[in-house]
Design a protein around this ligand. Structure first.
Ligand SMILES: Nc1nc2c(ncn2[C@@H]2O[C@H](COP(=O)(O)OP(=O)(O)OP(=O)(O)O)[C@@H](O)[C@H]2O)c(=O)[nH]1
Ligand SMILES: [Mg+2]
Length: 572
């Protein structure tokens, strides 16, 4: 058995591409060999038997890398969305019950209607392993269960079912608008305190019908005994409505308007909206004058909140490269992704996020690093995004949409095709587009901040016409329910040029690429030492620990060092 293992390792210890060049790179060689051994041994299975071993002793087994050079139709498309608008609706409360004790020899029993159950709550939880918001984008509305109605014999209604929304770590949740029936009811009762049973001035303007009951006198909030005949109905005098009630859980809700930055894995869910309380059964309305009340209240309506969800961090590593550079092949070589590969530009049209598992399931991770939360990192994610072309910052090709994804990776890997001409020129072109986009974003952010700044003007100095205009504008700005997200300020993130980056030079297996790589390495060394300006020409651009690796993704050679490099940069 040990013989077989030795032979397998013999196969895995194929020297790296351009070994002489790589020796200069900053990864210590002892470490490099260690990753090579661990990664290869986990991905490459030694499936042949002892008998086969004898025959294959001279000839090392050729590993099966068919999945790295698949036919164009051999792929699986993973749906992806990095932002969405979602409306969440907490459960409404069940209605109270009107019922009376019915027993032998008790002709007119006392009331025994139960209270309605409270509605289900809405929770949110950021969890590791999720990479996209597409499931929520498709749902659009998440509704918790309604509480069941109360029943006779003092039986309370059952609570509504809760809803848990799971989102990827790095999601920002922002409130667009909310409708809270309890808040409205409190307001209406407040109005009724001031205006009695008469309509409030705004209601009068809205043209509410004369004689309609309001506030504590609203009749539509009551339920009456089913056996009540219509003539009796008119004679019933309803007591004042009890004050609107909120669930005690409501105090745990984040303050409105909500702005949550879920940038850590959450062990327990967070309450977004508590379910509404159920109505009260008829025993609550017993008074000295009315021993058998024939009414109960309806449950409150659940709170409805329209939210915008956006991924602030798309992945730990973002692959930036020209079309056809080999980004998807690199992703396949590093992870279990089945991204589409084709020998033409724009094979990838939307980001593919793959996960690189660092644990080889033998009790020892291939790369040992602790995350910000102090836990050993078991994996990291890579986003393979569509190719970038010249003038992408002017929205050419898949332009701005693509650059938005680049902004959301913690570390960037510039994927350069060594067989496609001058690698340094390709790197400079990519950086030019990225830094143009950065400048564009800065301008956009400044404009947004300016738009939100309000100039103070004392109210008395404003003319009536100005006031009317301001009010009309405010009405226009007020977004309709679950429609506009213009009211939200733009999200900010770390500028692209200050993110740590590395260069992955691919297709190093092709002939005549060695010189190209040597030139690229020299250029990067110059940038690092400050001899050459940073390719982004930005002042505080990151260049502290600049590195490059030559790889042949199609043969999975040289890619072993990438996880360690990325993990080191993630710590920066
Ligand atoms: N010889 C060689 N060919 C490679 C290597 N990596 C990728 N290729 C080939 O290059 C072509 C493009 O690869 P992709 O991975 O689809 O490139 P991409 O950068 O994802 O392309 P877009 O999605 O269009 O931006 C395919 O035919 C791959 O087989 C490599 O390391 N060596
Ligand atoms: Mg691709």
């Amino acid at each position: 058995m040990s013989l077989i293992r030795t032979s397998c390792l013999g196969g895995t210890l194929t020297p790296f591409l351009y070994p002489a060049l790589l020796l200069e790179s900053a990864v210590p060689s002892s470490r490099r060999l260690l990753f090579a051994r661990r990664l290869r041994s986990s991905s490459q299975r030694c499936t042949y038997s002892t008998a086969e071993y004898a025959s294959s002793q001279d000839e090392a087994p050729t590993p099966d890398y068919e999945h790295l050079n698949p036919t164009p139709d051999n792929y699986s498309l993973t749906p992806f969305a990095d932002r969405c608008i979602l409306t969440v609706e907490a459960g409404s409360g069940g209605h109270g019950c009107v019922s009376f004790v019915r027993e032998k020899y008790i002709e007119e029993g006392p009331p025994n209607g139960g209270d309605g159950g409270s509605g289900g709550n809405i929770y949110i939880q950021a969890v590791r392993g999720e990479t996209s918001l597409h499931k929520l984008a498709r749902r659009r509305l998440m509704k918790a269960g309604r509480g069941r109605n109360g029943q006779g014999k003092m039986r309370g209604g059952e609570r509504g079912a809760d809803v848990l929304i799971t989102v990827p770590v790095g999601t920002i949740v922002r409130e667009i608008q909310r409708r809270d029936a309890v808040e409205d009811a409190i307001q209406a009762q407040e109005d009724a305190r001031w205006y009695g049973n008469k309509p409030a001035p705004e209601e009068e303007e809205e043209g509410m019908p004369e004689g309609e009951e309001r506030g504590v006198y609203r009749k539509d909030q009551w339920l009456v005994f089913p056996g009540t005949i219509p003539s009796e109905l008119n004679r019933i005098t309803f007591p004042k409505l009890p004050p609107p009630r909120r669930s005690h859980l409501a105090s745990l809700q984040p303050q409105a308007p909500m702005w949550l930055d879920l940038d850590k894995h959450m062990e327990t869910p967070l309450l977004l909206a508590a379910g509404a309380m159920g109505g009260l059964g008829n025993p609550h309305f017993v008074t000295a004058n009315m021993s058998r009340p024939k009414m109960a209240t309806r449950g409150h309506e659940g709170m409805k909140i329209s939210l915008q969800l956006e991924l602030k961090i798309l992945a730990d590593l973002g692959l930036v490269g020209l079309p056809n550079a080999g980004k998807s092949t690199l992703l396949r070589a590093l992870s279990n992704s089945r991204a589409r590969i084709g020998n033409w530009a724009f094979t990838t049209l939307q980001p593919n996020v793959g996960t690189v598992v660092l644990d080889n399931h033998k009790g020892r991770p291939t790369v040992f690093k602790r995350g910000r939360d102090g836990e050993v990192k078991e994996n990291f994610t890579i986003a393979d995004v569509p190719g970038l072309i010249e003038d992408a910052h002017l929205d050419k090709g898949l332009g701005l949409g693509f650059l938005r994804h680049v902004e959301r990776a913690a570390v960037l890997a510039f994927v350069i095709d060594l067989s496609a001409g001058d690698a340094v020129a390709a790197l400079k072109l990519l950086w030019r587009e990225v830094s143009e986009y950065e400048a564009l974003r800065e301008k956009e952010l400044n404009a947004d901040t300016e738009r939100r700044m309000v100039t103070y003007k004392p109210a008395s100095r404003r003319s009536a016409q100005e006031q009317a205009q301001a009010q009309a504008q405010a009405e226009l700005d007020q977004p309709n329910f679950d429609h506009s997200i213009d009211a939200l300020p733009l999200l900010t993130s770390t500028t692209i040029s200050s993110k740590p980056w590395l260069v992955v030079a691919t297709k190093a297996d092709l002939p005549d690429t060695q010189q190209n790589y040597a030139d690229l390495q020299r250029y990067l060394q110059d940038v690092k030492m400050g001899v050459q300006p940073h390719p982004s020409s930005r002042k505080h651009a990151w260049k502290r620990n600049l590195q490059s690796v030559p790889v042949s993704a199609i043969r999975a050679e040289g890619v072993e060092v990438v996880p360690q490099l990325v993990m080191d940069l993630l710590e920066e």
